[in-house]
Structure formats: C-alpha cells, structure tokens
Design a binder for this molecule. Structure first.
Ligand SMILES: Cc1ncc(C[n+]2csc(CCOP(=O)(O)OP(=O)(O)O)c2C)c(N)n1
Ligand SMILES: CC(=O)[C@@H](O)[C@H](O)COP(=O)(O)O
Ligand SMILES: [Mg+2]
Length: 621
C-alpha cells in the first residue's frame, strides 16, 4: 500500500496530488476490508465514507478543527488518517482501538458518540463556544440519512437557525439506515437527489448572485417567494426555510467535487447543510450488495463474504423473532414496533408476515414509546423491540405516556447486560434500575430460551406495561426441565439447599449454576433461585429463604445502584430480616469494550470471581 504507508500522522494527506488521493481511497478500502474481515466491525458505512472523510481532512486542520461524527461507526478512515492505522489489529477488542470516536484516544476525536442523532446538537455547542471564547476553528458535524430520522437532529436544526457564524453539517446520504431508510424525511432526500441536475445551475446562480452588490438580498427574496421557480433554484427548501443554507447534492465519491462544495460551505455565515451522496459498502461487492449484513459484521472470508464462524445455536434474538411471529399468527391485535432495528431485534420475520402490523419509525426511540402508548390506548397490544441502551432515549416517555396511564405496552429489551465489542455506549446495564423505579412497571428476565418464549407470551397478554429483558448472544439451553408456570411476581427455586442462597436475574442464571457447582466443589451448600421478576419482587420467597440461610447473594448484569440486589436488600431491611447480603453486579462505572467473558472477568462478574467473593463473605459470618 504505497500511498497509505506515507500517511502516518494527521494532515499528511495534504501532501498528496489528485492521482495519489484517488489511489489512497482505494488503498484505504483494501485496508478496511482486510482488517475488518479479521476483527469484525462496521464495514459498509466506513467503505461509503472514505472520500468524504478524505475531503474533510483536506479542508480541515486537525486537531485545531472540530469534526463530530454522528453515531461514530463510520469514523474508521478518520482514525486511519490521524495516526491510528497501526492499532487496527486491535479494533473493538479489550484494551484496543475503539470502534467509535473517543476523546481519550486522540486529540482529533472531538466528541464521543455511539448513539445516534447527537452530532448537530454537539456541533452547535462547539460553534457557540467558539464565539464566546473568541476562538477560530471549523466545526463540522457528519450525520447520516438514518441518523437524521432522530428527533434530536430536528431540535438542533431548529436551534441552529440562530447561528451567525459558520457551522457545517455534512449530510451523508446513502439511502440506508442499517436497513433501508424510512419515513418522510427519507422521501424528501430522494426528491433532493433527483434535483441533482439543477445543482450546477443552482450553485452557478447562487455564486453569480452573490457577486452582485445586493446579491445576498436577491437570494433572500427568492427564498421568501412562493413562486415555483424557487423549488428549481433551492431544492433544499426545507432546510432553507429553517434558516439553514443547503448545498448539494454532491457525489460523495468525487473528492474534487466535494472540495469545491466544501470551499463554498466554509464561506457561509451560519449553519449550512452539505448534502453528500454516497454508496454504503462502496468498493467491496458483497457489502454493496448486502449493506445491512455488512453494516456491523463479525469476521468474514473476503473472497466469499461469508462469516468465518457459523452460528450453531439460536440466540435470544432468534427465539424472540420466531415466537413473535407465532404470537402474531394467533393474535391479530399484536403489533410490532422498531426504531430502525428490524434486523438486530429479529422483527424482520414479523414484518414479512404482517407488514400492516409492523412499524419501523426510524431512529426515534422516544417517539416509538409514545407511539406504542397510543396503539395500546386504542386496544392493540404493541411490542416495542429495542436494544437496552437505546431505550434510555425513551425514559420520560415510558414514565409519562406508558406507566402513568398503565398502558399495556411490552418492551422487548434485547442487548441487555454486557454486549461486548461496541463498548461503553452500548452496554445495556442500566435498564433494570431505570425501569424498576417506575410505578406500575413489571420487569422480568428469562433464565433460558424456553423461558423467554413463555415470558413473551405472558407479557403480551398482561394488562399493564411489561419490560422483558434478554441478552446479546447464544440463548442458554440449560435448566430445560425447570419450567414452572409464569405467575406475576413469582420467582422459581432451582436448587433447595442450605447456608448460602443465590438469587440470579435472567442471563446471569447460567453463571449462577456454575457458581453453585463451584461452591459445591469447595464444600459449601447453595440454594439457587431464578428471580424471574425484578419487579414486583417475590418477597414471600425472599423472606422465607432469608430466614433459612446465613447469607443471600444476588447476581445481575446491571449496575448495582437501583438494581435487583438493592431491591432485595431494601425489602429485607424493611421486613427487619438481618441476613447478610452480598450484591453482585456492575459497580458505579461505565464498562469498556471487549468480549463479554473478558469484561465479566475484569469487573468480577465471572463464576470464579463471584464464587471467591461469596466464600470470603460467608467465612466472615
Ligand atoms: C439511539 C440509537 N438508536 C439506534 C442505533 C443503532 N444504529 C447504529 S447506526 C444506525 C443506522 C445509521 O444510519 P446512517 O446514519 O444513515 O449511517 P450509515 O450507516 O448509513 O452510514 C442505527 C440504527 C444507535 N446507534 N443509536
Ligand atoms: C453502531 C450501532 O449502534 C449498531 O450498528 C450496533 O453496533 C449494532 O449492534 P449489534 O451487533 O449488537 O446488532
Ligand atoms: Mg445512511
């Protein structure tokens, strides 16, 4: 890779001529495919953003200028161009290069991201701060068409209209969210794309008018007129009417064209949207053909595009997917909602079977919650399938629109607990706390794949809000013979022994079984209880067990604060039961990237660490 080898630190790209730049783009693509095929990562979005990132690096000076990526999953070329190329062997691994921008990783990463639709708000903050502090740097936010379906983007645009100094918003439009993009804004972008033919004409008119003594006034007049001529001159009218200049569309794989438009953009005194057209997966045929599959991928074979490790057993998402389809067959009042995660949540199967009862609302979790509340208020049974960390976006909507009205919305919460390589932004470690505190909310978690099926059936028929949380990855197939009927607020005793009683939540039951066995090997007896319900708590079982044991241990893959363990502790205290309690969960910290096994070991949530700690605690009694 002759050209890429010359790029060792920020701003090296500026020494290249036009031909070398095009060669560099090819070499970066090859580098991305070669590395991500080994480590896994967000391939398709990065392949599409190569030239776009290069153009930004040619126009900016890093780290002085500020580049803010939306979601941040497409920032790999930026990392390569800012001295992090050699760390790509460790991408998304424990202690390695993050898959998202990280201020702690480089001075060239201005803002941490991972969740969608934040970049315009953050960028606007940078731009306003620049003015107040009397500084001088460019501020550029890069947001995808998918991320632009999130409400925060509109709130920020609305706010950006007041800005009198330059702030560039690059809209990277590849017609895709993870799957096809949806909604009215996406249709609007499609219309803008077809306005491409007018672009030269439009920029010609704009720049000629700008040169006239009162050119800016003439442009403003045209913007104010109701004439249909305006549509011809100003295709991005929606932005222009909000007081934000629109430039584009421009071919996002043509560096020269992008530089030309960016040179115009930096002259605008205010917020300016530069509409860039790219192809997701560009340059690697399997990713061009299947951009959703290669959005985020595990290691794959470059030649065939096939994953190196074939899934042997169902994961929880597969179980949810097939049970939802069956429930849909049996009950026409069940409807499904996703916020742009039809693939990841497994709702694709439901969508294919019942397209009229399926809603992809875009990356709009807050809206999805209230929309589900509306469906429920009219007698339907909505299931909102969502990743745990993304549901954080809907906190007030769950309180205000669902729980206060006691509406029967089922929250099918996937990726609960530690998720692994995506790191701290994506760990689903807060849901038990923030959901348990809400009056009227029922919170449950299955111990294995059969229990997920039973709980889902139970939840959709329950007359109130239910949160059902399950984890990323292979569904546990142990404890198959324990299938006591689901009953509100009732937990399930697995092993009835003495001395120590271990209460575990959902996914952590697999670890709890190992802890039980390890304790046995070390000569300790251990009763094992599958909590099933984090709320309401099974106080009957808890109190009875506490009175019969010397020590209670709780195990959850959630932060300890406000989690299951603290509920158990509080209930025992209120009842005046003095049994010793050890809580196992996530201490007050964010958990970095790594495999789930590595992370559990690092935070003391693996079977061996839990066993050791229980023994230490028990021996002190
Ligand atoms: C709040 C939130 N919801 C969902 C996601 C999952 N997610 C990550 S990328 C993505 C699609 C983004 O599409 P776009 O912005 O167009 O970027 P592209 O991948 O097409 O480059 C989604 C839904 C997220 N990161 N944050
Ligand atoms: C960037 C993003 O938010 C998603 O692409 C996420 O990485 C998907 O995670 P899963 O691989 O768990 O579906
Ligand atoms: Mg997109």
């Amino acid at each position: 890779m002759a050209i890429l080898d010359k790029i060792n630190q920020m701003n090296d790209i500026k020494d290249l001529n036009s031909q070398e730049l095009n060669l560099l783009a090819e070499e970066i693509r090859q580098f991305l495919v070669e590395h991500i095929s080994v480590t896994g990562g967000h391939l398709a979005s990065n392949l599409g953003a190569v030239e776009l990132t290069m153009a930004l690096h040619l126009i900016c000076n890093f780290p002085k200028d500020k580049l803010i990526w939306d979601v941040g999953h497409q920032s790999y070329t930026h990392k390569i161009l800012t001295g992090r190329k050699n760390a790509f062997d460790t991408l998304r691994q424990f202690g390695g290069l993050s898959g998202f921008p990280k201020r702690s990783e480089s001075a060239c990463d201005s803002f941490n991201t991972g969740h969608s639709s934040t970049s315009i708000s953050a960028g606007l903050g940078f731009a306003e701060a620049r003015e107040i502090l009397g500084e001088d740097y460019k501020v550029i936010s890069v947001i995808g068409d998918g991320a632009f379906t999130g409400g925060m983007a509109y709130e920020a645009l609305n706010n950006a209209s007041r800005l009198k100094t330059n702030f560039i918003i690059v809209l990277n439009d590849n017609k895709m969210s993870i799957s096809e993009n949806v909604g009215g804004f996406s249709t609007h972008l499609a219309a803008l794309r077809t306005a491409e033919a007018y672009q030269d004409f439009k920029s010609g008119v704009h720049s000629s008018l700008n040169k006239l003594p009162y050119g800016d006034r003439v442009i403003r007049r045209i913007q104010k007129t109701k004439s249909s001529l305006k549509q011809l001159l100003i295709p991005g009218m929606m932005f222009e009417n909000l007081g934000v200049t629109y430039l584009g569309p421009v071919d996002g794989h043509n560096i020269e064209d992008m530089l030309r438009i960016m040179r115009e953009a930096v002259k605008v005194n205010g917020a300016v949207v530069v509409h860039v057209l790219t192809e997701k997966g560009k340059g690697y045929t399997p990713a061009e053909r299947y951009p959703a599959k290669f959005h985020g991928t595990a290691a794959f074979d470059i030649e065939s595009g096939q994953l190196k490790k074939v899934k042997e057993k169902a994961d929880y998402t597969d179980v949810f997917s097939s049970v939802m389809k069956k429930i849909g067959d049996q009950d026409p009042s069940v409807v499904a909602v996703t916020a742009a995660m039809a693939d990841g949540t497994g709702l694709k199967r439901f969508r294919n079977a019942f397209p009229d009862r399926f809603f992809d609302v875009g990356i709009a979790e807050g809206h999805a919650v209230t929309f589900s509340a509306g469906l429920a208020a009219q007698g339907l049974k909505p299931v909102f399938a969502v990743y745990s960390s993304f549901l954080q976006r809907g906190f007030d909507q769950i309180v205000h629109d669902v729980c206060m009205q006691k509406l029967p919305v089922t929250f099918a919460i996937d990726r609960a607990g530690l998720v692994g390589a995506d790191g701290e932004t994506h760990q689903g470690i807060f849901d038990l706390s923030y959901l348990s505190m809400m009056p009227g909310m029922t919170v449950m978690a299955p111990k294995n794949k059969w229990e997920l099926a039973a709980m889902l059936r139970w939840a959709v028929n329950f007359e109130g809000p239910v949160a059902l949380r399950y984890s990323r990855g292979q569904a546990y197939e142990g404890l198959k013979n324990y299938h006591q009927k689901i009953a509100l607020g009732k937990s399930e005793k697995i092993y009835d022994e003495s001395q120590i009683a271990l209460f575990a939540v959902g996914n952590m039951m697999e670890t709890a079984v190992k802890v039980h066995d390890l304790l046995k090997e070390r000569g300790y007896d251990c009763t094992l209880v599958n909590a099933r319900f984090v709320k309401p708590l099974d106080t009957e079982m808890l109190f009875e067990t506490a009175r019969e044991h010397l020590m209670i241990a709780t195990l959850e893959d959630n932060v300890i604060k406000g989690g299951y363990g603290e509920s158990v502790m509080a209930a025992l205290q209120q009842a005046g039961i003095q049994t010793k309690v050890e809580m196992f969960g996530i201490r007050d910290c964010f958990v970095e990237q790594g495999s789930v096994e590595q992370l559990r070991r690092a935070i003391g949530l693996d079977a061996e660490s839990v066993t050791e700690q229980i023994i230490r605690g028990f021996d002190q009694i």
